[in-house]
Design a protein around this ligand. Sequence first.
Ligand code: ADP
Ligand code: MG
Length: 596
Amino acid sequence: MRRDRFALTVFLLLLSLAPWLLGEFHVTLLNYIGLYSIVALGLVLLTGVGGLTSFGQAAFVGLGAYTTAWLTATPELPAWAALVGGSPWVALLVGLALTALFAFVLGWATLRLSGHYLPLGTIAWGIAIYFLFGNIELLGGHTGITGIPLLSIAGFELRDSRHYYYLIWAMLLAAVWLTSNLLDSREGRAIRALKGGTVMAESMGVNTPRSKVVIFIIAALFACVSGWLYAHLQRFVNPTPFGLHIGIEYLFMAVIGGAAHVWGALVGATVITVLKQGLQEILPKILGASGNFEVIVFGVMMILMLQRARDGLWPLLVHWFPRGEAVRSAPVGERLSQRTPPTSGTVLLEVKDAVKKFGGLVANDRMNLHVTAGEILALIGPNGAGKSTMFNCISGVDGLSSGEIRFLGERVDGLASRDIARRGMSRTFQHVRLLPAMSVLENVAIGAHLRGDNGVAMAAFQLDRKEEGRLLAEAARQIERVGLGQYLFEQAGNLALGQQRIVEIARALAADPCLLLLDEPAAGLRYLEKQSLAELLRRLRGEGMGILLVEHDMDFVMGLADRLVVMEFGLKIAEGSPDQVQQDPAVLQAYLGGVG
Ligand code: ADP
Ligand code: MG
């Protein structure tokens, strides 16, 4: 058995025996650790993996807790609520629906804005809902609601903290399972690209604002479930445990445990809970005064962690228990359907009078060019001439200042890059944009994002395995095609820079494009590698692909391109076959500064 499987089995065994081995006090402690872990798990997904910060998770916990408290413990509900009142399980569904609604509105309003709007929005939300709980008469004000009923499952009443223990930990493990499944899927790759790879992901067709809202909602739903469990365990609620400071504590848990790892949530929740318990006992004795001194210790811990072990405790734990080498074989799966390629000679791309200004700088000035199917057009020019800017405008990463861009006959300027990608244009980046911690295979599979349609729910319940197999098999085929077959499972960041560029080409090809935009693909390649790249591009051209290429290596370009467009200072200064361009006086002037 692999060592990580073994460790998991032992852990699960201990977990199921714990209530029989431990006393009441420790079972209760474990119950709280379980409840906190569920919330922290949401933050692992949101903050650790997705790179978005929320201080407002405690408010979502409160929403779950108060919904069930009010619906199950109010003696006389108003008529409109009486329909769903009484049953904790119905109250859970109502709580989840409410939470999803609030999270959607909050996420939708703040996530489209970049920067700190989400954290600020969640702080405002955290404060607002805390005061709301305390001030609404219906919810018992600061005294809260008492008399919340016990849960019962199929007639069995959970009377004992040991009963709750099994429910809480079963729900936590289910949440861990769902989250791990989600992360290991098409949508999961899109989510993992959110932190540091949004431009790339958008260019591969991922709707990144949507993915952000989705993980924000999932994290909020986990918090709601935790609140629901809490209310029925505690049997009364008041606003205190749902304040902003607790929201910050949840964030501590996720960060300290290891914000990018599902099990990190458990580690963080355990460490913080046990430590808090211990410190609350010891510190007042040492200091001779009462107060929440543990907060100061947490603060110091947080600073130390961020300096010494940014990825939290989980990676350190894993380091002590190295995982056994998994036997990994290349994925197999049926072929994905392909788009019908345009016939050779069809005009794929037309750029007309395109202007792109950055403030006073005109990076592209009335640029005109076109690319047909089955042709390689090279865009050359000195550094700073505006080639990458042209690429960004064509692929929708940047918007044009004026002019128009047509792809397959239709205007695409003004469209989001994901919508342009969907029409069959795919690109690489001059500054490589891979996700270095992900395998080569997974990186390339992001390219095939638009060729699958299984969503978050399918992935969470592993109903996407057939499609996933096909996507990964397609990614593997493209990696083979570009000659990197032996690196399928290598971390992309471990490859040489030249090879990383080739991985980018494989990722672009995985989208099944009819037009390929390559920004300096041969930079950093050795002579033989350049030759095999040239051969690959010729083969693609032979299959009818249109290729637009920026490259500095003149030998490479002149031997490969059918036509060239030469740029200088944002302007097109020449266009023609390699022979024509090489003799063009303006080009010689630009490249050689007037010699010849
Ligand atoms: P090339 O790829 O041909 O080397 P670029 O397209 O990267 O050139 O850059 C063209 C000009 O536009 C340069 O002067 C560069 O500094 C400027 N530029 C490119 N991107 C931006 C940006 N996002 N903001 C401001 N200026 C930019
Ligand atoms: Mg460039």
